[in-house]
Design a protein around this ligand. Structure first.
Ligand SMILES: Cc1cc2nc3c(=O)[nH]c(=O)nc-3n(C[C@H](O)[C@H](O)[C@H](O)COP(=O)(O)O)c2cc1C
Length: 356
């Protein structure tokens, strides 16, 4: 099965938190990959505006991503307890006046309507599965639909609602775990093990995500049956990525596996570079409220930390292979990835692997 959306089977992952600027998305798409905009944190009018900014920069296909979210409620007591856990860190950053947010996330239904109106060529979803009706509406609007799965049951769920592609997210992946069937601890399968299981379980084409940083990883994913790869961390250090300079520097200096999965920033397990915030909040991991409540409660801390250059309190989402990050412009990274993949595939097929 071939990947027909773009020239090269390389998707720059949607990455919420500022990385996926219209400049990055368009540069990737113009270079023959599929650029992706992370839309989850954008109010509907800003989401539409960013889509238009991408369209002004590229005529090629691109992807817009949302988290599938249901409205949540929290009692004042729950919020007070959760804010109490954050107080010492807030104080350290000079945040004395606690502002409890009036809402915890953007309105998902309104964001979906923006997709229906703006009709990006590709739309992708994280955190849960859509209904078959919504998938059909998006497809009728002209969008190809990608769903994220962290286990076989979730991949089947996306196939059953009619998704065009499923993205198998291995445990190595940076950012939030997409798990929505079963506990997240049961869906921490590495890409190498998860991908062939998903490929065998569904008929729709499978995209591989998690720990893929160069052509060796892309070749491996293609050999395991993926039609394309979705790479996040590898694009964080491109000059077009909008993350904080200290975050980029930390990625470029990463050694070994500097990451950990934590609920403490957002209330949902996510993989990022280990830092003081994660370590200080570790004893309370089980107590923090669920996503998006905790995410909203820590927003001020993350913003203040970024402003003050206090990397120890910023969220630094990254995958387990972060130490393979390179600082290349997006177009050059795509070109390099394509050449490396060709070399890797040639090495496998061009040499005698088994004795005659
Ligand atoms: C900084 C960061 C933010 C992310 N935000 C999103 C997001 O908004 N939506 C999404 O579907 N996936 C998000 N992800 C997960 C990616 O889609 C993908 O699964 C992951 O980057 C693949 O692993 P890798 O980082 O090792 O390449 C994010 C990943 C990172 C590193």
């Amino acid at each position: 099965m071939a990947f027909t959306l773009t020239r090269y089977p390389i998707i720059q992952a949607p990455m919420a938190g500022g990385a996926t600027t219209p400049e990055l998305v368009a540069a990737v798409s113009n270079a023959g990959g599929l650029g992706s905009l992370a839309g989850v944190l954008l109010p509907p009018d800003q989401l539409a505006e960013e889509i238009r900014r991408i369209r002004a920069r590229t005529a090629r296909p691109f992807n817009v991503n949302l988290f599938v979210l249901k409205p949540v409620q929290a009692t004042p007591e729950d919020l007070r307890a959760a804010m109490g856990l954050l107080e010492p860190i807030r104080a350290e950053l000079g945040l004395f006046q606690a502002n409890v947010p009036s809402k915890f996330s953007q309105d998902f239904a309104a964001q979906l309507e923006v997709l229906m109106e703006e009709k990006p060529p590709v739309v992708s979803f994280h955190f849960d599965v859509l209904s078959a009706q919504v998938v059909e509406r998006l497809q009728q609007a002209g969008c190809k639909v990608i769903g994220t799965a962290t286990n076989v049951a979730e991949a089947i769920a996306w196939e059953q609602v009619g998704a065009d592609y499923v993205c198998a997210q291995g445990a190595e992946a940076g950012g939030h775990r997409g798990t929505f069937i079963g506990p997240f601890e049961h869906a921490m399968t590495g890409t190498l093990a998860l991908l062939p299981q998903v490929v065998d379980a569904v008929k729709i084409p499978v995209i591989a995500a998690g720990g893929i940083m160069d052509g060796r990883g892309i070749a491996a994913a293609l050999l395991l049956g993926a039609v394309a790869v979705q790479m996040g961390t590898a694009f964080l250090t491109c000059p077009e990525s909008g993350i904080h300079p200290l975050y980029k520097q930390a990625l470029l200096q990463a050694k070994g596996d500097p990451t950990v999965v934590t609920r403490s920033f957002s209330g949902r397990p996510a993989r990022g570079l280990r830092n003081t915030f994660i370590e200080r909040m570790q004893p309370y991991e089980a107590q923090v409220p669920p996503y998006p409540i905790q995410n909203a409660l820590t927003a001020e801390i993350r913003q203040a930390a970024a402003k003050a250059g206090r990397i120890e309190y910023m969220s630094l989402w990254a995958g387990q292979a972060a130490s393979l990050c390179r600082s290349l412009p997006a177009a050059e990274l795509i070109k390099t990835l394509v050449e490396e993949t060709q070399q890797s595939l040639q090495q496998v097929w061009g040499s005698q692997v088994w004795p005659a």
